[in-house]
Design a protein. Structure first.
Lengths: 194, 381
């Protein structure tokens, strides 16, 4: 009865291959601009990984993929996919400029669970992001490929119909608490250039 | 009976029901002894045993003794003498799927249980999987999987994706042959009849599945990896309907099934909505609402799918479903949240406030409590 197993496998391949043999570059401390318009201040360097499957997000990591992952979205336009288009059997997730915070979170949830992983929203509330009115959310993710339990935090805002967001996830026991303060600081420093 | 004879006999009985009536009754083979550990099959069993240990500990395992015992009992009625060798594991995954490994480990996914209208429909799927097991199709496929990479794909046939490392990632690219699938269907129908189930429900499983497949935006089932190796759903439905006509009667046990899965329905619907496969979900939920028009959970779920899809007219459809759920009574608290979101987006402040207030009263521990609270404050100004 394996009607959907192929779908799960394709999704898993996309996720895993996203981290395979990807070139890594250093992102230095200090002021950095992501895309054209999202400016952040970093307290300490990050590693940027080339992961076309997750484009248009920039993919950053402290420990290396697939341990921890920071997705940075800068200026996602109406109807634009938040990941690379996958096989026809996989659902694609696109941003709509009319989305409310819960719909944006649902969109990220859909993307993160395309491989059969399990997502649970822990908290969603208003927060300033990029100098604008936005939202912050926390989530728990159980990764299908290895059953690892991850914690995550996200920030987002819609500015002039474009989405700006950060999405960080890491194993909940050691890595997430280790790097969360750095992500929170980065989110607080974010500014959208007009 | 030798395996080849058994398969040939099963094939006769299944593919030519009229002829089968004149044939000696097909008999289920005796319980299988554990294969020698040094054999290829013995190695496979050991690997599946390890996989089963992991499955028991998996966070995706649905650990409810009552539901587990209920589904195990259905499997046992189908498996007969093989019952002690069949171990059912319920898995929390919102997709239509079940599998059975050669060591007797059977996985039943929550998406399948959500889609079954009655016991007989679940029995049709479990009977099919037990059919693969009784016919030892997996051993034939094992011997086909010569290369290391093909073996990895083979292991994935039993739902071991993710638990055996990257070697399992190719699961689904290696599946039973069409011939094996047809034979398993035939054996499944025979087991259903023997267990007293209405075999006509087996064809309905595929009829229902076709509704979802056709609703996909591409509407093309042939693009699914599943249909590369499986008989098309329509062909399968027709063959199963023919088999069922040869021996009508039997029970569907709809009321028992509904009662058994009732405590889990809301969770499973939440997971279905969150899949984001809006068109498939709408087809599924439309069918469910037609069967149980007064069940608020189905109305809420469809309203939620419409709201999240948000195409032309969807928000009106969402409001209609949310209101119908509220009218039915016993609606999930999220019904009021969804309604509030739409009113807020439409600048209907008073209605939005009322809906959000009802949501927070019904769900004071909601994850988005502070977000909704902020909307209420914003709507007061």
């Amino acid at each position: 009865m394996r009607t959907h197993r192929g779908t799960l496998v394709a999704a898993t391949l996309v996720v895993v291959l996203a981290g395979c043999a990807a070139p890594v570059t250093k992102v230095d401390s200090g002021e950095q601009t992501v895309g054209d318009r999202l400016q952040v201040s970093l307290e300490g360097p990050w590693n940027q990984v080339r992961a076309p499957a997750l484009a248009p997000a920039q993919v950053w990591t402290m420990e290396g993929l697939p341990l921890d992952r920071l997705l940075v979205y800068s200026g996602i336009k109406n109807e634009q996919l938040i990941h690379a288009e996958g096989p026809a059997s996989l659902k694609n997730f696109a941003f709509r400029s009319t989305m409310q915070p819960d719909e944006i979170v649902a969109m990220f949830e859909g993307m993160l669970t395309r491989d059969g992983s399990s997502f649970k929203l822990v908290k969603l509330g208003p927060a300033s992001f990029g100098g604008a009115k936005g939202f912050r959310f926390e989530f728990a993710l159980t990764r299908r490929v290895d059953n690892v339990q991850l914690s995550g935090v996200g920030y987002g805002t819609v500015s002039n119909g474009e989405l700006f967001a950060l999405l960080y996830q890491a194993p909940r026991l050691a890595f997430f608490p280790r790097h969360q303060p750095r992500v929170e600081q980065m989110a607080r420093s974010a500014r959208i250039k007009t | 009976m030798r395996r080849r004879d058994f398969l040939a006999c099963a094939c006769c009985a299944s593919l030519a029901p009229g002829l089968a009536a004149a044939q000696p009754a097909w008999e289920i083979p005796a319980r299988f002894a554990r294969p020698d550990a040094g054999s290829d099959e013995g190695g496979l069993w050991s690997m599946m045993d390890r996989e089963e240990v992991r499955l028991r500990k998996s966070p995706f395992s649905l650990r409810d003794p009552k539901l587990q015992a209920y589904v195990q009992d259905i499997a046992c009625r189908l498996a007969g003498e093989h019952c002690p060798d069949v171990r059912v594991h319920l898995v929390r995954t919102p997709l239509f799927n079940a599998s059975m490994a050669p060591n007797g480990m059977m996985q039943v996914w929550s998406g399948l249980m959500l889609r079954a209208d009655n016991e007989a429909q679940l029995a049709a799927v479990l009977g099919h999987e037990i059919g693969h097991y009784l016919a030892r199709h997996s051993v034939e496929r094992l011997r086909d999987a010569k290369s290391r990479s093909a073996f990895g794909m083979f292991i994935g046939m039993f739902g071991a994706v993710g638990a055996v490392g990257q070697v399992g990632l190719y699961a689904g690219m290696f599946a039973y042959s069409r011939e094996h699938e047809s034979q398993a269907d035939s054996i499944g129908v025979l087991l259903m009849r023997k267990a007293g189930y209405d075999a006509a429900e087996a064809a309905k499983v595929w009829e229902n599945l076709q509704l979802e497949i056709k609703a996909r935006p591409d509407g093309d089932a042939s693009r699914s990896p599943f249909f590369a190796t499986h008989p098309p759903a329509a062909e399968r439905q027709q063959a199963l309907a023919e088999l069922a006509r040869a021996s009508p009667g039997g029970a569907a046990n709809e009321a028992q099934w509904r009662e058994g899965v009732k405590p889990f329905l809301r969770d499973w619907l939440h997971e279905e909505v969150k899949r984001g496969q809006h068109e498939e979900s709408l087809a599924l939920l439309g069918r469910m609402i037609a069967r149980s028009p007064a069940l608020a959970d189905y109305r809420w779920a469809r309203g939620e799918v419409y709201r999240l899809r948000a195409k032309d007219g969807d928000l009106d459809s969402a409001v209609a479903d949310y209101l119908a759920a509220i009218a039915d009574g016993g609606e999930p608290p999220d019904t009021h949240r969804g309604l509030g979101m739409i009113h807020r987006a439409r600048n209907q402040a008073a209605e939005a406030r009322a809906s959000f207030q009802r949501y927070l009263e019904a769900a004071p521990d909601a994850a988005d409590f502070t977000m909704i609270k902020s909307y209420l404050e914003e709507l007061r100004t």
